[in-house]
Write a protein that binds this ligand. Sequence first.
Ligand code: GLN
Length: 498
Amino acid sequence: MQHPAPSAARDTGGLFGHPRGLTNLFFTELWERFGYYGMRALLTLFMVAPIAAGGLGFDTRTAGVIYGTYTMSVYMLSIPGGYIADNFLGARAAVLWGGVIIAAGYFALAVHSPLFFYAGLVLVACGTGLLKPNISSMVGSLYSREDGRRDAGFSIFYMGINIGAFLAPLITGWLAQSDAFKSMLTSWGMDPARSWHWGFAAAGVGMTIGLVVYLVQWQRLADVGHPPAAGAPRPWGKLLGVLAGAALLFALVRVSDTNPAFAWIRYGYVVVPILAILWFGSRNDPSLKRFAAIWVFSLAAIIFWAIFEQAGSTIALFGDQLTRLEILGYKFPSAWFQSVNSIWVITLSPFFAWTWVKLGDKQPSSPMKFAIGLFFLGLSFLLMVPAAQLTAEGKVSPMWIVGLFFLQTIGELCLSPVGLSTLTKLAPGNLVGLVMGIWFLAAALGNKLAGVLAGEFTATDAKALSNFFLHQAGWVGVAFVALLLVTPWVRKLMGEVK
Ligand code: GLN
């Protein structure tokens, strides 16, 4: 049973009057994301660091390709991960095994060897594919479809994600990069150039803490995330199909990356969802119609992440090269900009959770929240247009980036937790894992597009840079208007789901 009956929704024993299972999932995901963002913060730096400094000595392009492929795979493997949970393991066990595989991956990265490096990346990507969609779908299963706490529950869960994302780079970065820790290693008779691997090991410790939390609080999950009934068919053939589909998709994306003659495949990231929307939307079966709505949300999410996920590229470069790295006389490393988004999520989430509960039935519909999300995303890049123009006169204030993240985070909180909540509601009970897989596929493609778009970044031409931001803001504006126009139709497609 995926959605508890209204009586079960009375469980208020967890965080902030939410179901008890939320406490478990909140802390488990906090630690999983601690590992994910803690390792991600080091990954590129480790690959490009010279061999003498303990790195892999890759050039920036190679590192960029590995980074892009890794972050895309992590989310793309959510499709088979969701399918395996729906049809074989159940979400609960999928999260457990996913966590074990992820931890093994980080500990592999703790070993100084290229073989362990690649094996570690593959393990983390596979494990995350099992864990990430299914922990999200279990949050959804804690609430009945009608439960007014549902969006608020996802906002709280999302806050946990960002507490992990905020803390992790501070710790793994300190271990990997600080002189203080390097001299500690020297004083212990160890090689200071191996500090990177301590950072990766810290990610593994984080995931291990997450697993302990998960097991200790197992009982709190009550009846969510069980495997399909013993007699239910186990569709091995279809599983192979899903795996082959994911592999094909992966290959297509890689070809579009590496062979300029196939760069046009990238248009498919937008065109294929549109075709899916039209096909599903024209069906008579209401549950197929819901898939049209699922694809509308996913397409909006692709566009959202394509801009938002430039935080680690475009915005990191803008921060590093075009911004005064000083606040009130205090100098700070440019990597700190990476924590600003999480700080905003942590400060703004309670406000959002409270607002959704307060508005109750009067809250905007989910497609409308998505449109608001795109609106703020567009504003964030519009804000960078004058900032980019000002770079013609020298470095600009760090407050531009703080402002950018403020606007983006408002957008993110209208879209990302709401998307999780809405899609778990729209998914037919036995397909909730698969639908989460589609949602994270959107994140995968968005991450990929973000990499493509960031390739146009320039730090040396203020006019071109302001156009860079303006054009992207313009396209987001088009997506915003399009979503507003289809909102009444999407509401119809969603049936009784709000
Ligand atoms: N930052 C969020 C997370 O780590 C959302 C990521 C995504 O869906 N692209 O879960």
